[in-house]
Structures are given as C-alpha cells and as structure tokens.
Design a protein around this ligand. Structure first.
Ligand SMILES: *Cc1c(COP(=O)(O)O)cnc(C)c1O
Length: 393
C-alpha cells in the first residue's frame, strides 16, 4: 500500500505508540486527585504542557489541551467572539478556504448577529496581508487565517498578517493544524491563538491543543470540572497528551531533513503529473507544504479516480476527508477560482516522511493510466475532444 493521504491523518509513530501504552500503565490516575498516584498523572500532564510550550516559544499556562483541532478552532473563535460582543465589536475576518471547523463556527456566529468577511485567497491560494489590513474595521474583533491549507497545502504569510493585526489591535487566530510539526511555528509569528491536532503529526487521534496568549480570556465550550484552569472541563487524556508530545518533539527535531526529503519528492510528483494533458496544479507551486500535491484533471470525476487508485493500493483524496460523501465540489478549489466541472476532477496526494522515489513514480504511472482510462468513456471528455466544449485547463 502507498499511503498518500497524510493531510487527512498520519500513522502514529512507534515512539508515540510506546508513550501511549507506557503512560496508560503508569499514568492512568486522575490528575485532579490528591493522592500520589493521581499526582503522578498530574506530573506527566504538566511536563507535557511545558514541552508543547517550549516547541512554540510559549509559556506553559498558555497551552490548553483539547480533543483536537476542531475543538481548538471552535473555542478560539467562540472566545474571540465573546470578547468582541462585550465591546460591541461584532465583525470577524477570515478566509474563504478555511477548514469547516472554522467556516461552520463562523456560520453559527453569523446567526448570533456577527458579521463575517471572508477574504479572497486568489488563484495561488495565498491571502494578501494588505487585504487583511484593508478589511479591518473599527468593530473587527478577530482575524482568523489558517497557517497552511489542508487541501492545496498553500502556506500563508502569517507573520505579516500577525503584524497587521497587532498594529490594529485586533486578535489574530491561526489554524496551524497542517503546519505543526511540518513548518517552523513560533509565537514570534504574532498570533494570539493557535490550534493544533496530534493526529496530523504522527500522534494519536482525539488530542490537540489551543495556544492562547496570556491575558486573552477564554470561553468554555465544555462546562464541568476545573480542569485546564477551568477553561475545558473533563478528565484529561493524559496518555494521549503524553503521546502527542512524543510525536511533536520527534517531528520537530527532524523537521528540516523531512522537509528537504518531502520537497524533492513533491516536486518530482508535480513534474510527473504535469505531463498529463489538460490537468493543472492547484495552489502556488513553491509556497506549499513539503508533502502536498493537488491537481485537477479535466473530463474526469475525482471519486472514480480515487476508487481506481485504491484498486492499485494507493490511498489518496479528492480534497478534504470531510467533504467526501458530499456531491459538492471542494470549497477550497472554488475559492481559488476553479469552476465546478474542473473542481470535480481533483486529486490530493499528501506524502509522508517514509515515502520514496519509487513510490512517487508508481503514483505518477498509476494516475496517468487511470486518468487516461476514465477519459476513455467520459462523455465530457468526448465533447471536449470533439470541440463541442472548450478546454479550460
Ligand atoms: C484536520 C484539520 C482540522 C481538524 O482537526 P481534528 O483534530 O481532526 O478535529 C482542523 N483544521 C485543519 C486545517 C485540519 O487539517
């Protein structure tokens, strides 16, 4: 099997699995209990908080453990909205190609009276900082722009956006779920809040964290006990959190070599897929995650492509795992200006660190053959070839 869907989830590293099992054995106590067995769990939990903080240059008390990226995104937005509401600032700025954890929370906030501006991400899939600046109003309470896009992998100018927000005194949140462990992420980038998820960097599923700059008050999504300084109730998943930290430290310590290896493979894959006629790379060719390749091919259906690739042992995606099962084309591809027909023929390949050239060449060969095969009986392709329809790509 060739696993090329690391943007959907990654395999837990062996070290993370070991930490998970070992911590289940010794650290299963309740960290809120006073006896020493609970205190052992508490120690593991607080050491994990220090380690996460150190990775991004934060203070331990600025780290809140959550059930993953979606929860962190929801809590960040809800918290900023509550702060805004108290000050009569009901305007939020984000982008058209955020993850649904952001977009759907924004939809809910709109129903509660907030006004939302979604910035254009342009053909290259990159937000322009001066457009963020121009969109900020007197009543803007939050700017939320993702660090790297989960479908097309494009990397956003976070530092510049952070500087704009700071100068204007507006809170800035970034969904860094795709960036964490793969790109350098630091509080020096100027964000006030940041979301991350363990299963995107070889940690377990169901664990993540929210960074919140000190002084920014959080709003609870889950009420109950006083865990996470009263801001996120529920007995902490200490083994999962410890395993996340093992995975995070591991990926971060190999980040440069992983990025160099993946960038080489990514560019080889892009070059190979560019040989297929009437296809196009989605998103900027350089400012993208080291392992991300996303193409549209005219005259085919992404779903059929995926099923046939699966027959050949290749795991890929048509975009985000969250939109599979729905007939709507990806909102990300529409946001970069792909028309519906073209957006339907999309393919996302997200390589993992253990990928090699032979696998990349096998993917290129398979995609080329499958695209050709599918076009062989596609009515859309027949019309294109007969000149009854214009090629777009
Ligand atoms: C995966 C992902 C999420 C959701 O994270 P979960 O831990 O699965 O809830 C949010 N944002 C982005 C950009 C993602 O890729």
């Amino acid at each position: 099997m060739i696993y090329a869907d690391n943007a959907a989830t990654t395999k837990m590293s062996e070290a993370a699995v070991r930490t998970l099992i070992e911590t289940q054995a010794v650290g299963w106590g309740n960290p809120s209990s006073l006896y020493s067995h609970g205190q052992k769990a508490k120690e593991i939990l607080e050491k994990a908080r220090e380690d996460v903080a150190a990775v991004i240059g934060a203070e331990p008390r600025e780290i809140y453990f959550t059930s993953g990226g979606s929860e962190a995104d929801n809590q960040a937005l809800r918290s900023a909205a509550a702060i805004g509401k108290r000050k009569g600032k009901m305007h939020i700025i984000s982008t058209a190609f955020e993850h649904h954890a952001i977009l759907h929370t924004l939809k809910a906030l709109e129903k509660e009276g907030f006004e939302v501006t979604l910035l254009d991400v342009h053909e290259n899939g990159i937000v322009v900082p001066s457009e963020v600046e121009a969109a900020i109003r007197e009543d803007t309470c939050l700017v939320s722009v993702m660090y790297a896009n989960n479908e097309i992998g494009t990397i956003q100018p976070i530092r510049e956006i952070g500087a704009v927000c700071r100068a204007k005194g507006v809170l800035f949140h970034t969904d860094a779920v795709q960036a964490m462990g793969h790109l350098p992420v630091s509080t020096e980038d100027g964000f006030d809040m940041l979301s991350a998820s363990a299963h995107k960097f070889h940690g377990p599923k169901g664990v993540g964290f929210l960074y919140v700059r000190k002084g920014v008050p959080l709003t609870n999504l889950i009420e109950g006990g006083a865990q996470e300084r009263g801001k996120r109730a529920g007995t902490e998943d200490v083994p999962g959190i410890a395993a996340m930290v093992t995975a995070l430290k591991e990926t971060v310590s190999h980040m440069e070599e992983n990025a160099a290896h993946l960038t080489k493979l990514r560019d080889r894959l892009i070059e190979g897929l560019r040989q297929i006629p009437h296809g196009a790379l989605n998103g900027d060719a350089e400012k993208r995650l080291p392992g991300n390749v996303n193409f549209c091919f005219e005259g085919i259906e992404g779903e059929s492509l995926l099923l046939l690739l699966d027959d050949r042992g290749i795991c890929a995606s048509s975009g985000s795992a969250c939109t599979s099962g729905s007939l709507d084309p990806s909102h990300v591809l529409l946001a970069i200006g792909r028309v519906h027909d073209v957006a339907h023929g999309s393919l996302r390949l997200s390589l993992g660190e253990d990928a090699d050239e032979a696998q990349v060449d096998e993917i290129i060969r398979s995609v080329r053959e499958v695209v050709e095969y599918l076009r062989g009986f596609s009515p859309v392709w027949r019309d294109l070839m007969a000149g009854k329809k214009e090629f777009i790509l």
